[in-house]
Ligand binder design. Structure first.
Ligand code: PGA
Length: 254
């Protein structure tokens, strides 16, 4: 597939996989994906598996991501993880503002923008998630919500930082539900988000930013989604927990 931007496909393992299970999965992925160079491939295990997975992928082209990070560098923040701790394990990407964290941990756009600044401050790359709920879509609020989330969570980034930021469009109604956005819905939202970034930063930055689609991505729908001009990859939940399906999503996207 001839794309303007290099595809980035990341597996968000969420709260799944013990260390032993994580290593099993990574072994499978390394076998399946040995010769792939066309796509940036990222796995995001839970914090407890970062250390072992980091060692296991050293001799592969898989890259490591974390699922969250605290906005402070150090200090009395019980249960939290700082950038410097992630860097110890060669983490390159950090997912921020996933809809599950927006919902269960009540993360706001303002907090996500602080975290994004901290991620860039540590020379890591954030994957910042945005997306509307079903009620918002049905109420004709999709663009308003996307605008609020994009403006709020990307606020304060420099142009250079924005160009190195990945945005994930994840309609909440498509996450873990088996319902995927149609390619037209995905393309429309991605183009809208790119337009917003163009207005906030500039056109050059907007053309460089990679926007992933997330929400029930599977081997069977990856190719069609990835064929859209503004879809530059995928953030995969459920289908990233098994080597074959995650690998097939990547292979079908090339
Ligand atoms: P899903 O999750 O692929 O299981 O729908 C996507 C995500 O939450 O990132």
């Amino acid at each position: 597939m001839n794309k303007e931007r290099k595809l980035i496909i990341a597996g968000n393992w969420k709260m799944n996989k013990t260390v032993a299970e994580a290593l099993d999965l990574v072994r499978g992925l390394k076998l399946e994906l040995a010769n792939i160079k066309e796509v940036d491939m990222v796995v995001c295990p839970p914090f407890t598996a970062l250390s072992e997975v980091s060692k296991a992928i050293l001799d592969s082209s898989l890259r490591l991501g974390a699922q969250n990070m605290n906005e402070n560098n150090v200090g009395a923040y019980t249960g939290e993880i700082a950038a410097v701790m992630l860097k110890e394990f060669s983490v390159r990407y950090v997912i921020l503002g996933h809809s599950e964290r927006r919902q269960y941990q009540k993360e706001s756009d303002e907090l996500i923008s602080k975290k994004a600044a901290a991620v860039h401050g540590a020379s890591l790359k954030p994957i910042i998630c945005v997306g509307e709920t079903l009620a918002e879509r049905e109420g004709g609020q999709t663009n308003t919500i996307l605008q609020k989330q994009v403006n709020g969570s990307l606020a304060g980034l420099s142009k250079e930082q924005m160009a190195e930021t990945v945005v994930a469009y994840e309609p909440v109604w498509a996450i873990g539900t088996g319902k995927t956005a149609t390619t037209a819905q995905a393309q429309e939202a991605h183009a809208f988000i790119r337009g917003l970034i163009g207005k906030m930063f500039d056109e050059t930055v907007a053309r460089r930013v990679r926007i992933q689609y997330g929400g029930s991505v599977k081997p069977s729908n990856a190719r069609e989604l990835m064929s859209q001009p503004d879809v530059d990859g995928a953030l995969v939940g459920g289908a990233s927990l098994e080597a074959r399906s995650f690998a097939d999503i990547i292979k079908n996207s090339i």
